[in-house]
Design a protein around this ligand. Structure first.
Ligand code: GDP
Length: 297
C-alpha cells in the first residue's frame, strides 16, 4: 500500500503525544525530529520538509488553546492541518470553459500513464458530470500510442480523433477542436507525445499545441512511484508550459509518498487527480485532507 512506511512511522510518533495533558517544548522538539526523519525517508523534498517542520514547531509551541482538545490532540491537529495544506488544501475542481468545448491537454513522460489517464478522465467526466468528451491522438511518433487510445475509445464507446502518424500534431489538435465543435462535444482531451526524458524538442512541440489549442487545463501526468524524479519532471514541465495541475498515477502501488507530499509546494500547482489502478474507473479526485488522514491514521 502507498505511504505504508511513512504512515507507520508518523502514527507511532503521534501515539506518544496524543494522550498527553501537557506538552513540553522538549516533546515538540522530539516529535518534530521524528516527523522530519520519517518524511525524508519517504523521499519528500528536503526544503519542503524543512519549511513544514518549522511551521509545525512554530504553531505547536505557541499553540492556541482549544477547550475541546487535549494539548496532545491539538499538536496532532496542527500536524494534520499542515500536511493537508502541504498537499494543496482544498480539492481544486476541473475547469469548465465559458463557451464549450473545454480543452484539456495531457502531457507527461512516456510510461507515466498519460494515455490511460486520458481515457480515465473522459470516463470520469461522463460518469460524474454527464459530459460528452472527445479524445484526440496527438502522439504521432508511436503508432502503438494511437492504437492504444483508439482501443480505450472503443472500450468507453467514445470518439477518438486521429489523423494517423503522418500528420503534424499541431494540425491534429486544430482540426480536432473544430470537429468537436461541429459534433457538440463539451470536452476535448488531447493526448500528446511523451519521451523518456524531458527534452527541448518535445517541449517546443507541446508549446505549439498549447498555442493553437489554448487549453483550459494542462494536466501533467506523473508516476508517483518515481518520487523526487516526479517532482523534478513537474518542475520542468511547469517552467516550460505553465501547467494547471498534476495527475499522480500509480498511487495504488507501493509508493513512499515523496511525490504526493512535495509537488504542490515545489511547483505551486495542485494535484487534481490520483490514479488508483489500471482500470478505466480507477481515477479519483485528489483530496489532500483525506490523504493526510490516510497517512496519519
Ligand atoms: P503513457 O506512456 O504515459 O501514455 O503511459 P500508459 O498510459 O501507456 O501507461 C503505462 C502503464 O502504466 C500501463 O501499463 C498502465 O496500465 C499503467 N498505469 C497507468 N496508470 C496507472 C495507475 O494509476 N495505477 C497502476 N497500477 N498502473 C497504472
Amino acid at each position: 500500500m502507498a505511504f505504508e512506511g511513512l504512515a507507520e512511522r508518523l502514527q507511532s510518533t503521534i501515539k506518544k503525544i496524543t494522550g498527553k495533558g501537557k506538552v513540553s517544548e522538549q516533546d515538540i522538539k522530539e516529535m518534530s525530529r521524528e516527523i522530519r526523519l520519517a518524511l525524508l525517508e519517504a523521499d519528500v523534498n528536503f526544503k519542503v520538509v524543512k519549511d513544514l517542520i518549522n511551521r509545525i514547531k512554530e504553531r505547536a509551541v505557541g499553540q492556541e488553546v482549544m477547550e475541546s482538545l487535549t494539548p496532545g490532540q491539538q499538536v496532532i491537529k496542527i500536524v494534520r492541518d499542515e500536511l493537508t495544506e502541504l498537499m494543496g488544501g482544498e480539492n481544486s475542481k476541473i475547469a469548465v470553459a465559458d463557451r464549450p468545448p473545454t480543452i484539456i491537454m495531457m502531457v507527461g513522460l512516456q510510461g507515466a500513464g498519460k494515455t490511460t489517464t486520458t481515457g480515465k478522465l473522459a470516463n470520469l467526466l461522463r460518469k460524474n458530470y454527464n459530459r460528452k468528451p472527445m479524445l484526440v491522438a496527438c502522439d504521432v511518433y508511436r503508432p502503438a500510442a494511437i492504437k492504444q487510445l483508439e482501443t480505450l475509445g472503443s472500450q468507453l464507446d467514445m470518439p477518438v480523433f486521429s489523423l494517423g502518424t503522418e500528420a503534424n500534431p499541431v494540425d491534429i489538435a486544430k482540426q480536432a477542436i473544430e470537429k468537436a465543435k461541429e459534433d457538440h462535444h463539451d470536452y476535448v482531451i488531447i493526448d500528446t507525445a511523451g519521451r523518456l526524458h524531458v527534452d527541448t524538442e518535445l517541449m517546443t512541440e507541446l508549446g505549439e499545441i498549447k498555442k493553437i489549442a489554448n487549453p483550459d487545463e494542462i494536466f501533467l501526468v506523473v508516476d508517483a512511484m518515481t518520487g523526487q524524479d516526479a517532482v523534478n519532471v513537474a518542475e520542468s514541465f511547469n517552467d516550460q508550459l505553465d501547467i494547471s495541475g498534476v495527475v499522480l498515477t500509480k498511487l495504488d502501488g507501493d509508493t513512499r509518498g515523496g511525490a504526493a507530499l512535495s509537488i504542490k509546494a515545489v511547483t505551486d500547482k495542485p494535484i487534481k487527480f490520483a490514479g488508483m489502478g489500471e482500470k478505466l474507473d480507477q481515477l479519483e479526485p485528489f483530496h489532500p485532507e483525506r490523504m493526510a488522514s490516510r497517512i496519519l491514521g
